[in-house]
Write a protein that binds this ligand. Structure first.
Ligand SMILES: NC(=O)c1ccc[n+]([C@@H]2O[C@H](COP(=O)([O-])OP(=O)(O)OC[C@H]3O[C@@H](n4cnc5c(N)ncnc54)[C@H](OP(=O)(O)O)[C@@H]3O)[C@@H](O)[C@H]2O)c1
Length: 291
């Protein structure tokens, strides 16, 4: 079996090592602190504690430190002298390209594989990782090694253009992280409106239904509500209501900014009149009043 060592076996690193242990022999696990390395070894159920002072050769290296430390860890790996021609080194950052690992002229092949998956609960991720899409880029030799390994653990690899990877990552952040912020903002409004959602959030079925509609059809078909209908009086009343509450400036900004995106989708939908959509656009401008 080919061997894999990991520098930075945190949430993602130890999960990927555990999953890949069915395909590869897990060798050294190198975190900053030995106790953290030991925890990762225990979680993976394979591998041994390593440090930059006692690195051994491995065919494949995963560098899964925080993004800001990947370049330095790759350089320290090179300086250790354990890399051999033909080895593969990869990282899993969504915003950095594989070229941050640079072993030019040494025939050491590099790639990045970004799983579109949240590893906040590693034990859970062991079960839920299969079916995760993974954006890959880098040198063909490295991708030839890594793509079948990731496919074998249930990943769905796809190619990403290195030059547009940061934009791709911004898309995943908008979809995943900002969705949490949006749900929390609507939750705050609900609480301010006196709706008790401690036991069950009454918006949950609506949110899930909307997601299903979006993924089964498209934005145009999934959109409902006052902007889709061109109800400018309702939008005016929302803006007035949003002036009272705990975080009114932020609520107004979120409502107005996403309202503008909604006007564009409503225009494609074609249900509301152009006149009413233009009226709503004017209302949604910062501090605007209907004219
Ligand atoms: N978490 C996710 O959901 C997720 C999803 C997709 C991609 N990623 C990517 O995966 C990578 C790792 O993220 P993560 O969330 O798994 O990070 P994490 O949970 O914070 O783990 C980072 C690990 O790196 C170790 N480390 C930090 N600096 C190091 C150094 N200089 N040398 C050796 N080890 C070092 C830490 O060791 P100590 O414990 O000893 O400090 C820790 O075990 C990042 O590139 C991130 O962008 C993460």
């Amino acid at each position: 079996m080919p061997t894999l060592s990991c520098i930075g076996a945190g949430s993602l690193g130890k999960t990927i090592c555990h999953l890949l242990s069915s395909q590869l022999e897990i060798q050294q696990i190198i975190n900053r602190s030995p106790s953290s390395s030991q925890q990762a070894v225990d979680f993976i159920g394979a591998g041994t504690l390593g440090s930059f002072a006692n690195l051994a050769h491995a065919d494949i290296w995963l560098i899964a430190t925080p993004d800001d430390d990947i370049e330095a860890a790759g350089e320290a790996l090179w300086q250790s002298g354990v890399l051999r021609a033909g080895d593969t080194v990869f990282h899993c950052s969504g915003s950095l390209s594989a070229s941050i690992l640079n072993y030019e002229g040494a025939a050491i092949y590099t790639a990045s594989i970004h799983p579109i998956h949240s590893f906040s609960n590693p034990s859970q991720s062991l079960k839920s990782f299969p079916g995760s899409h993974c954006a890959m880029e880098g040198q063909p030799e490295a991708m030839e090694v890594l793509s079948p390994l990731f496919t074998a653990i249930g990943a769905l690899p796809f190619a990403i253009d290195a030059d547009r990877k940061v934009l791709y990552h911004a898309a995943t952040v908008t979809a995943c992280n900002y969705l949490v912020s949006l749900l929390e903002t609507s939750q705050q409004m609900l609480t301010a409106a006196g709706v008790d959602s401690a036991e069950a959030n009454p918006l949950e079925p609506l949110i899930r239904q909307t997601m299903d509609n979006f993924f089964r059809t498209d934005a145009r078909s999934a959109l409902t509500g006052p902007i889709a209908r061109g109800d400018h009086k309702t939008v005016t009343s929302h803006l007035i209501a949003l002036e009272t509450g705990t975080d009114t400036d932020l609520w107004q900004q979120v409502y107005r900014t996403l309202g503008n995106a909604t006007v564009n989708i409503a225009a494609q939908r074609g249900q509301a009149s152009t006149e009413n959509l233009e009226r709503i656009s004017r209302l949604l401008k910062p501090e605007a009043s209907d004219s």
